[in-house]
Ligand binder design. Sequence first.
Ligand SMILES: Nc1ncnc2c1ncn2[C@@H]1O[C@H](COP(=O)(O)OP(=O)(O)O)[C@@H](O)[C@H]1O
Ligand SMILES: [Mg+2]
Length: 579
Amino acid sequence: MMINRRLIETVPESKRHIAGNVAAQWISLVANIVIIFMVGWILEGLWNQELSGNRAILGSVVFLVGLLVRFICTRIAARESFLASKFVKQKLRQMIYQKLLRLGSHYTEKAATAEVVQASVEGVEQLETYFGSYLPQFFYSMLAPVTLFIVLSFVNFPSAIVLLICVPLIPISIVAVQKFAKKLLAKYWGQYTRMGDHFLENLQGLTTLKIYQTDGEKHKQMNEEAERFRKVTMKVLTMQLNSITIMDLIAYGGAALGVIVSVSQYAAGHIGFWGAFVIILLAADFFLPLRALGSFFHVAMNGMAASDRIFALLDLPEDPEKTETIGEEKDIVLQDVSYSYDGEREVLHHVNMKFPEHGLTSIVGESGCGKSTVASLIMGLQRGYTGSVRVGGREVSALREDSRMKQMTIMSIGSYIFKGTIRENLEMGRKGASEDEMWQALRQVNLAGFVQENGGLEMKLLERGSNLSGGQCQRLALARALLHDSAIYIFDEATSNIDAESENDIMAVLRTLAQHKNVILISHRLANVVPSDRIYVMDAGQVIEQGTHEELLQTGGQYARLWKTQAELERYDGKEVTA
Ligand SMILES: Nc1ncnc2c1ncn2[C@@H]1O[C@H](COP(=O)(O)OP(=O)(O)O)[C@@H](O)[C@H]1O
Ligand SMILES: [Mg+2]
């Protein structure tokens, strides 16, 4: 199809401006016909040596008015073209943005970030030509030959018919090219996003690549990608150039044919000087609009390929609208929960856990046993689990995202520090937090002194907080989490980069927090979980033991063994064990 109906229906506002542009171009064409008629009329007068003063004056006045009309119409057409595309860009970007919001934190499961960025920035930009130039031209280039045909058929029917018959050759050649172009452009875009994806990832992981000296290898891979992209780009350009040459041949060949026919009609005495003159001058106008359409066509095709990608993004399945909010009591109950990320390997097996409304509950276990998976199930970040995960008595999968995010706070290794100031990062935790509250939170995580020495709350942070140490980033993320006033807190290895002394201070803060909040602590350092009201010990996706620290020590199971080794190690390290 040369017209993408869905794309147009997406922005019905633009239809008016497309029509406006077509109308302006059409009036301009009519003015052009009048001008040529007038020039022909005056020249014929000169030719026949019968040019009267009145005829000259009338001809010149109409000629000048025609020029003025054309000037105005060109301005209007340009303006309408701008307006037609302006709406499109705004609307589509808004739609993409809204879609991402609706997909919520799940969007990365379905679309790569680079793809989203390219679709919403460049992809949308490509549509400018489609709406601003291609679509109006599409309608105008049908209207123009028909108009000219009607007018010229009064001058000389055979010439008009010959010109009209040649016109469809241009769209036929466009359609032929399109068949081939569509596949090529899909390949072009595919290669483009692939390159963008890899570039983004390598850039983000550049430090790691350097450390393991694999940057050379990646460099080579990217060069290969770039080379493939260059080749496919060249193919696209060659295709465009060739098809433009073909269209030129048809357009100018057709115009030449018009000249030949009109001259022979003149020689046969069917038309006079004026008739021959106007046919020759208007013959090219039969073809020029379509020729222009052809040149917009390639850019528009690019836009259409981009729109396919944008629609694919907009069509990603969404979860049905959730309605439930977390209930009054803020306890959490996991009942017979099993879960697999990929649908094959199960990482949680029949897990049962309880986290009361107030109190400190801990989960411990070896790396990879499923602790973080439990946390993300509770947060409602994973779907497709079996069994039940109830937060405040409601199944987490039925909870609205805003309710989950308001009532639950998770702080983990993945917590993101944004470019900006300390204040801005803290304000994300609690909008409108007072300076006192911010400093209080910073003191709780032993970061206040450092912030004070470095410009206070206005201290500038780089992307990902890269001008802070790992431990400082964690403290700031912790402070932000503490400021976020929610009923449930999950701390997933929240102090893994923090020295034991500060860690003990932070644990004291969490214990106080747990007096009136539901606090879940995930830690590999058992010394931290000692004061918990309940400890779950996990192994390979299962809960193998549970109880208080004392109970677990008495049981003499896995926990007791781990405790013994860790206690010995820490004593050896010179670290203090709190129990
Ligand atoms: N996003 C993921 N996709 C697929 N598998 C995952 C993902 N995250 C974790 N896993 C797997 O699930 C298991 C449990 O991981 P996790 O809950 O992170 O363990 P823990 O936090 O106890 O170290 C591991 O075997 C891990 O490989
Ligand atoms: Mg983990």
